[in-house]
Design a protein around this ligand. Structure first.
Ligand SMILES: NC(=O)c1ccc[n+]([C@@H]2O[C@H](COP(=O)([O-])OP(=O)(O)OC[C@H]3O[C@@H](n4cnc5c(N)ncnc54)[C@H](OP(=O)(O)O)[C@@H]3O)[C@@H](O)[C@H]2O)c1
Length: 222
């Protein structure tokens, strides 16, 4: 049985991950700002009141995890806000919040929980192929793209830093998933995306750490 911490676990992909890890007998610690009936129904441990952009929240989370040893940390919380070139001056807060949640928070959460990671822990950042430079063939979504590109860089750097400690860090794209973020459009359901992500997490080792993978197993270009 592994201990799995998942941020943004009250809905969407995070909720699906929590349910699937629970189903296979792992101990799930579901981290969220506000819980949800769907999360309560899973019967997993819930740490609510945690905003991943708040240092106080993260310190409280670390303190209440006490002597828990985390085997897998899934930095899943994310936001997508509409941004375009024309309205950039009116949308600066939207740009900033995406940077805070998508790029900076995975580093802040990992740093806050570093002392509670097990010796061979795995840390995952749920990124997006929208953060890929070479895969980008369309315009728009500046704030989201920039924040996920930054998340990718954060993850690769973290992978180098934590390798010496025996901790493997991976960057994963879940696919185009039917959640609130996409207005429930998308190619796949959260459960299917989560199944793929768990497959990739299971395969994450120090040898392939720092890689960027689609939930379907495809290696993604930077
Ligand atoms: N859906 C897709 O097609 C797709 C594609 C590529 C990548 N992704 C990535 O997959 C991850 C999960 O997305 P999703 O589709 O499941 O989106 P979602 O349904 O909109 O869920 C987003 C989750 O992030 C949480 N969150 C946002 N801001 C937070 C904050 N400041 N503190 C704590 N939690 C916060 C939300 O909590 P609240 O309920 O409190 O807002 C929610 O639990 C994200 O990182 C997203 O960028 C999704």
């Amino acid at each position: 049985m592994k201990t799995i911490v998942i941020t943004g676990a009250n809905r969407g992909i995070g909720l699906a991950l929590a349910g699937l890890f629970r189903d296979r007998g792992d101990q799930v610690i579901a981290v969220c700002r506000d819980s949800s009936p769907q999360l309560e129904a899973l019967g997993v441990q819930i740490k609510a009141g945690v905003d991943v952009t708040s240092g106080d929240s993260l310190r409280r989370l670390a303190a209440c995890l006490d002597d828990t040893r985390i085997d897998v940390l899934v930095n899943n919380a994310g936001v997508m806000r509409k941004t375009d070139l024309e309205h950039i001056e009116q949308q600066l807060d939207d740009y900033r919040v995406q940077f805070e949640v998508n790029a900076l928070a995975p580093l802040r959460v990992t740093s806050a929980l570093l002392g509670r990671l097990s010796d061979d822990a795995r840390v995952v950042i749920v990124s997006s192929r929208m953060g890929s430079l070479s895969d980008n063939s369309s315009a728009g979504h500046y704030g989201y793209r920039v924040s996920k590109a930054a998340a990718n860089m954060a993850g690769v750097t973290l992978a180098h830093e934590l390798k010496d400690k025996g901790i493997a860090v991976g960057l994963l794209h879940p696919g185009y998933v039917k959640t609130d973020m996409t207005g429930n459009t998308g190619d796949i359901d959260p459960l299917d995306a989560a199944r793929g992500l768990i497959g990739r997490i299971d395969e994450l080792t120090l040898e392939n750490a720092g890689g960027f993978y689609h939930a379907n197993g495809e290696k993604l270009p930077w």
